[in-house]
Write a protein that binds this ligand. Structure first.
Ligand code: AMP
Length: 187
């Protein structure tokens, strides 16, 4: 089963994705985590992505599609994947759809984590204190929210027009949100 997690930065995709991955026994694949790792290791992708990520802008679609292609080719991805923050532009949505189709698969569920801007800002501030991510500083956060509105919000409409998005109200305790996800998926 392939599941896409959509939502603004700080919506809880990473946290809920990890819970879901554990429960369903599927790998969770987050482009943000892979890119941060590439930056740390100084790989060619990391060198290209570093400054863009730190500014809060989106990394270009070709780089992302290369990373997605590599992940989907891994044996552990053969039964499905939890895509966390992977699809952030309409061309990426088209690209991922095509790659899955080549494998005889489709996105089985698209889950949208719905939170208010106020909640997002509070969560990111907390995360910054814990993880110290460069792109959690206020200026980069403003850029990330703008990128979300301009480039990622249309992805939601793209999937809505093609079969549906399941909306998860993502305010409240982590275990309650996890229970909502389980209720929606039926597993
Ligand atoms: P995240 O950890 O998901 O918040 O991602 C951190 C940063 O990595 C983002 O602000 C982008 O610069 C970059 N990034 C991660 N995933 C993508 C994607 N699918 N498309 C473009 N940029 C991405």
């Amino acid at each position: 089963m392939d599941i896409l997690l959509l939502g603004p930065p700080g919506a809880g995709k990473g946290t809920q994705g990890a819970i879901l991955a554990g429960r369903l026994g599927l790998p969770k694949f987050a482009t943000g985590d892979l890119l941060r790792d590439a930056v740390k290791r100084g790989t060619p992708v990391g060198l290209q992505a570093r400054a863009i990520m730190e500014s809060g802008q989106l990394v270009n679609d070709d780089i992302i599609m290369g990373v997605v292609r590599e992940e989907l080719a891994k044996p552990e991805a053969r039964n499905g994947v939890i895509f966390d923050g992977v699809v952030r532009t309409v061309p990426q949505a088209e690209g991922v759809t095509r790659l899955l189709a080549e494998l005889g698969r489709k996105m089985d569920h698209v889950l949208f984590f719905d939170v208010t801007d106020e909640e997002i800002l509070g969560r990111i501030e907390k995360r910054r204190a814990i993880e110290g991510r460069a792109d959690d500083d206020p200026k980069a956060v403003a850029t990330r929210l703008r990128a979300y509105r301009d480039q990622t919000a249309p992805v939601l409409e793209w999937y809505r027009a093609r079969g549906g998005v399941q909306v998860i109200p993502a305010l409240g305790p982590v275990d309650e949100i996890a229970a909502r996800v389980k209720g929606l998926l039926g597993r």
